[in-house]
Every structure is written in structure tokens, then in C-alpha cells.
Design a protein around this ligand. Structure first.
Ligand code: HEM
Length: 342
């Protein structure tokens, strides 16, 4: 009786163990089955993520999408790596070198050569040089140019000098603002540039007098320092900076348009080339205008007066623009203080 009871108990335990074990195995196999892709899904994944697939993509093999934009089938732009290297490894470090080099040069010129002083005292007689419209044009262009330069440089170099010192949120805000500003104000610069061209090109045509001015290094350095070579309204240096602004400004503006409006069927290659041309021309302009700003602010005594008040002192006019002075000295607007002109 007792042994029959024990046999029944053992049989029940065994059958319980069997039921539980088989249930466990079935759960595990379901789980294992669901984690494994089906045969066809596995095949599809291998095709998608397999080495052969990506090799074909890298080789430029096109896929299929419903997009109709140019190059819509190209998943990876392999030649874009060349653009990236040219931009990050060449253009951007060389640009920084050129900007710091220009800043170092004007600093050296200031300390070694020194500012160009007037050789005679000011007479106090004023000569009309820049009209109100000219000055408004100059300063609005200077403002647009400098802010575009600043926002553009932040877009290229900000990640090196600004990103490490501000929070991610602030960085995102700054760089977004810089990009939007650059995109919208770029066309304004182009309009101002064209206005400057139309308004000032006549006085910027290079002539023989300017060649002489260059040969004497503008009377600014070496044995020619203080010789004041002859010049008309603009001297050779000013004319050079004017044409540099027009040509490189036009190239920067045009390449900027290509980048600003990617709606004319531009391909990635066009955008990459435009980006490099845009950076190059902008860097040339920035370096050129470091010298212009140096001369205007520190390098030449009394030069800034004309661009602020519109008038320059007679001594400055005679010394720096003698031919122009001879042309305008007898005009009524320059003789307001003479008794017969009152
Ligand atoms: C703080 C910045 C600047 C200062 C202090 C400054 C100063 C001057 C001064 C004093 C003149 C008059 C020179 C003269 O009477 O012969 C001048 C002319 C001129 N500036 Fe500026 N400038 C600045 C920025 C700029 C910028 C950024 C641009 C262009 C993007 C520019 C373009 C010009 C042009 C085209 C002329 C006329 C040159 C000529 O053909 O005679 N300036 N500037």
C-alpha cells in the first residue's frame, strides 16, 4: 500500500517535470524563432547591408526612389570626400594662416613703418570729397561686408574656437543665426556692390599716373616714404582695392547665389565647387580689406575725416591727391569761406 503510494507520487512528479520542461523548451524555441529573421527577410537584409551592396553604392550604382530631383538615385556622394578634404585640410587652415598673416603684417607695418603723417600742418580749409550718398553707400557696404565676413568665418572656424567654450544650446543658436544672416544678407551685399561699381568705376580706371604711384610704392615705405607721388581722386592703391572688391566680390556673390538657391538643377559637384570658390574669393577679400581698414583707421593721418564728414583738409588733399586738388580747389563748394563766395 505504502510502496504503491510512493510509485504514484514519483510518477506524478516525473510527469510534472516533463510538462514543465517541455513547456519551457517550447517558450525558448518560440523566442529563438522570433529573434531570427525568416529566410526571405534574412536574404533581404543581407542584400541591403551586405558588403556587395555598399560596394555597389560606393561605385555610384544608382538605386530607385520616387524623388525626381537631380542625382536622386545616388545614396553616397563619394567625390564629396575630395571636396571635404580640400575644404577642411587645405582651404580652411591656409585661410586662417592668410588672415593671421595679414593681421601680423599690418601690425608690423604700424610698428616698423608707422602711420603716414601729414608733412605740413592742416590749413583748416575744407575740400568736399565724399557726398552724403557716397558715405552712406560706403558704410552700409562696410557693415554688410564685415558682418558677412564675421558670420562666414564663424561658420568655417567657429567649431574650433567657439564651440568648445559655449554650451551646445548656445552653440546651436549662434551657428543657426550666423547661417541665416549669411544667407539673407549675401544678396544685399551684391546689390551694394553693383551700386558701388556703377557709382565709382569712372574714378577707378587705372592710368599712367597710377603706374608711377606703384613704382614709388605709394610714398609709404623705403626711400620713397613721405614723397607723396601724384594721384587723382583715387591713387593706384585705392584703385587696386576697388577692382579687387568688384571682381572677387562678384565671384563671391555669384558662388553664394549658387549655394543660396539650389533650385536650378545644380548637382552636388556644382555646389562643392561653388563652396570652394566662395571661400577662396571671400578669404582674398578679407585679407585685402584688412589692409584697407588699417590704412583708413591707423595708417594715414586724416584719411578717415573724408569718409566721416565728407570733407578733407586742404593739406591732406594736396599731399595725397594733388591732381584732384588742382581740379577741385576753385569750385564754389570748396571756397565757401572766401568773401566773394559768401
Ligand atoms: C572699419 C572699416 C573701414 C574703414 C575705416 C574704411 C575707411 C575708408 C576711407 C577713409 C575711405 C576713403 C579714402 C579716401 O578718401 O581716399 C574708404 C574708401 C573706400 N572703402 Fe572703406 N573703410 C572700411 C571698410 C570698408 C569695407 C569693408 C569695404 C568694402 C567691402 C570698403 C570699401 C571702400 C571703397 C570701395 C572705397 C573707395 C576707394 C576708392 O575707390 O577711392 N571699406 N574707406
Amino acid at each position: 500500500m505504502h510502496s504503491r503510494l510512493l510509485r504514484r507520487l514519483a510518477a506524478s512528479i516525473l510527469s510534472l517535470v516533463f510538462v514543465l520542461t517541455s513547456a519551457l523548451f517550447s517558450v525558448q524555441s518560440v523566442a529563438a524563432d522570433s529573434s531570427k529573421p525568416s529566410n526571405s527577410a534574412q536574404q533581404e537584409m543581407t542584400q541591403l547591408a551586405g558588403a556587395d551592396y555598399w560596394r555597389q553604392v560606393r561605385d555610384g550604382e544608382e538605386g530607385y526612389t520616387t524623388s525626381t530631383s537631380p542625382e536622386h538615385g545616388m545614396l553616397i556622394n563619394v567625390p564629396g570626400q575630395t571636396w571635404f578634404k580640400l575644404k577642411e585640410k587645405w582651404m580652411s587652415p591656409l585661410g586662417a594662416l592668410a588672415i593671421f598673416g595679414s593681421l601680423a603684417m599690418v601690425t608690423l607695418v604700424y610698428f616698423i613703418v608707422g602711420p603716414l603723417k601729414l608733412s605740413k600742418p592742416k590749413t583748416g580749409r575744407k575740400i568736399q570729397r565724399w557726398s552724403r550718398i557716397d558715405r552712406a553707400l560706403h558704410w552700409s557696404m562696410a557693415f554688410t561686408f564685415l558682418t558677412l565676413a564675421f558670420s562666414g568665418l564663424s561658420l568655417v572656424y567657429g567649431k574650433h574656437f567657439l564651440k568648445p567654450i559655449v554650451s551646445t544650446d548656445i552653440w546651436g543658436l549662434i551657428i543657426m543665426a550666423a547661417k541665416q544672416y549669411h544667407n539673407y544678407v549675401g544678396p544685399v551685399f551684391f546689390i551694394l556692390l553693383m551700386t558701388v561699381l556703377i557709382k565709382w568705376w569712372r574714378k577707378s580706371v587705372i592710368n599712367k599716373v597710377d603706374i608711377q604711384w606703384f613704382l614709388k610704392l605709394g610714398g609709404m615705405v623705403g626711400k620713397h616714404k613721405g614723397t607723396h607721388p601724384s594721384a587723382g581722386f583715387s591713387n593706384g592703391g585705392e584703385k587696386m582695392i576697388f577692382w579687387l572688391l568688384i571682381w572677387f566680390g562678384a565671384v563671391a556673390a555669384f558662388s553664394g547665389f549658387v549655394l543660396d538657391f539650389p533650385i536650378f538643377g545644380q548637382l552636388r559637384r556644382d555646389m562643392e565647387l561653388s563652396n570652394l570658390i566662395h571661400m577662396f574669393s571671400a578669404l582674398i577679400l578679407i585679407c585685402g580689406f584688412i589692409f584697407h581698414i588699417y590704412i583708413g583707421l591707423f595708417g594715414m593721418e586724416a584719411a578717415l575725416d573724408g569718409m566721416i564728414t565728407g570733407e578733407v583738409d586742404e593739406t591732406w588733399a594736396k599731399e595725397h591727391h594733388d591732381l584732384w586738388y588742382e581740379q577741385v580747389k576753385d569750385l564754389p563748394e570748396n571756397n565757401k569761406d572766401k568773401p566773394d563766395n559768401r
